[in-house]
Design a protein around this ligand. Structure first.
Ligand SMILES: Cc1ncc(COP(=O)(O)O)c(CNc2cccc(C(=O)O)c2)c1O
Length: 460
């Protein structure tokens, strides 16, 4: 039998017992899973001793980097004092109250209330229930429909996956649930045609107006969107998009929900992505970067209009989770926020490491394989194409080139994620300038190797 601390041992146990998220377990087991054993700073290490630059901050979450023992100690101290108690039935605990206040402090003006969950999907599902309850409490129960975008990602619960616009997710489980309308996404590269980005931004925003008017504004509860669509491929909307959406929603008394599970807590160089886009939502969902992934935590930040209506007229809200406000998650988030404040990491994303990496990243558009390079704060994407002028797709099945490039990147010691035939990036806020240079230099090598491989296959 393989040694108990060997790759073979962990692969054996994993293949025999572990069903992975978003995976084809059969092909994963045939290929063999990579065992990540530890992490430090901007790096992850696998059981074969490979050191890999974590260009995705895990899954968009490790904002302050790996191995922060001050967060670990804060969690440990909290759990030794209070391992668990709930926030149902007229109880709270210090960390929950303190974290709600600390989030209200950094949230956009007027957003002073927080509902806690264990992750982003639960936060999104909470919004569906909270918003519909709000409108009913306002005497308008018919305002129940949500407008969301095609190719949006809002989680993997029945509600979150229904609000999301990813067809493969809808196909498994008979989704979406009723009362959800999807509209065009503001994805200029693939859908902008001959329009300028500015014109396309307005065009995509007006799809929201059309959808609301078709459903009847009196039946529409809210619009939900990610400031920048993350899992959809880092779709950065033209600057004209969000202000127009906000105007359209205000004219029709439709609430605005900013899903900031990825964009929240500094990823764009602002505390929240809606601030980067210049809009003021009624609700914000968050998770991931609120604890830098050290402990599961998510939630909803509620603005004045909904909070006031909800508190004054909502009565008992029949919704919540066992771990809503878990002491461990709250302690992790408080320690994480202390680091974000103490090391001025949001400003660092906005004014130092963000601009530095952006300069290197945007230059990649000069590479023959890259049709567009885009980055805001520390979230970016490359669009690979065989014909830049036509923004053409590859002849091969969409995603084939992306996965090839992703595998080459891993072999070169850099994690980048593939989405369709693009590469996406979201490194830790603590990335050093030297690591940013290493990342950019490696990306060039990855693109060169991918280009050579495509030529060898006759695909270019
Ligand atoms: C905008 C948004 N909203 C909700 C969720 C759901 O959060 P939870 O996963 O914590 O339930 C997300 C999560 N985003 C997410 C999750 C898993 C993988 C990837 C990827 O890009 O590969 C992205 C997200 O990005």
């Amino acid at each position: 039998a393989p040694a108990s601390n060997s790759t073979a041992h962990w692969r054996h146990l994993d293949a025999a017992h572990h069903l992975h998220p978003f995976s084809n377990t059969k092909s994963l087991n045939a290929e063999g899973v990579r065992v990540i054993t530890h992490a430090a700073g901007s790096y992850i290490f696998d059981s074969e001793g490979n050191k890999i630059l974590d260009g995705m901050s895990g899954l968009w979450c490790s904002s302050v980097g790996h191995g922060r023992h001050d967060i670990v100690d804060a969690i440990s101290d909290q759990l030794k004092t209070l391992d668990y108690y709930n926030t149902f039935f007229k109880t709270t605990h210090p960390a929950a109250a303190e974290l709600a206040a600390a989030i209200a402090e950094v949230a956009p003006a007027g957003m002073r209330h927080v509902f806690f969950t264990s992750g982003g999907s639960e936060a999104v599902d909470t919004v569906i229930r909270m918003v519909r309850h709000y409108w009913a409490a306002m005497g308008k129960p018919e305002k129940h429909i949500f407008i969301a975008r095609r190719n949006a990602y809002h989680g993997s619960t029945v509600g979150g996956a229904s609000l999301g616009g990813m067809k493969p997710m809808h196909a498994q489980g008979g989704l979406p649930i009723p009362g959800i309308v999807h509209v065009q996404q503001p994805y200029w590269w693939a859908e902008g045609g001959d329009m300028t980005p500015e014109a396309f931004g307005l065009h995509a925003a007006r799809e929201v107006a059309r959808a609301i008017d078709e459903a009847g504004a009196e039946n529409v509860a809210a619009f939900i969107g990610e400031p920048i669509q993350g899992a959809g491929g880092v779709v950065i909307p033209p600057a004209t998009y969000w202000p127009e959406v906000q105007k359209i929603c205000r004219e029709r008394d439709v609430l605005l929900v900013s899903d900031e599970v990825i964009c929240g807590f500094g990823r764009t160089g602002e505390w929240f992505g809606c601030q980067y886009m210049g809009v003021a939502p009624d609700l914000i969902t968050f998770a991931k970067g609120v604890t830098s992934g050290y402990f599961p935590l998510g939630g909803v930040i509620v603005g004045a209009r909904v909070a006031e209506g909800f508190i004054e007229h909502g009565g008992e809200f029949n919704h919540g989770f066992t771990y809503s406000g878990h002491p461990g998650g709250c302690a992790a988030a408080l320690a994480n926020l202390r680091i974000l404040h103490g090391e001025k990491l949001v400003e660092r994303v906005k004014s130092e490491i963000g601009p530095y990496l952006q300069a290197r990243w945007l230059k990649l558009a000069e590479h023959p394989l890259v049709g567009e390079a885009r980055m805001v704060g520390l979230i970016g994407a490359l669009e690979l194409t065989p014909d830049k002028a036509r923004r053409a797709k590859f002849a091969q099945e969409e995603g084939t080139v992306g996965l090839l490039c992703r595998d080459i990147s891993f072999s070169e010691g850099l994690v980048m994620r593939a989405v369709r035939d693009g590469m996406i990036l979201a490194p830790p806020f603590t990335l050093s300038f030297a690591e940013a240079d290493l990342l950019a230099d490696t990306a060039v090598r990855v693109l060169d190797r991918t280009y050579a491989e495509l030529q060898a296959r006759g695909w270019l």
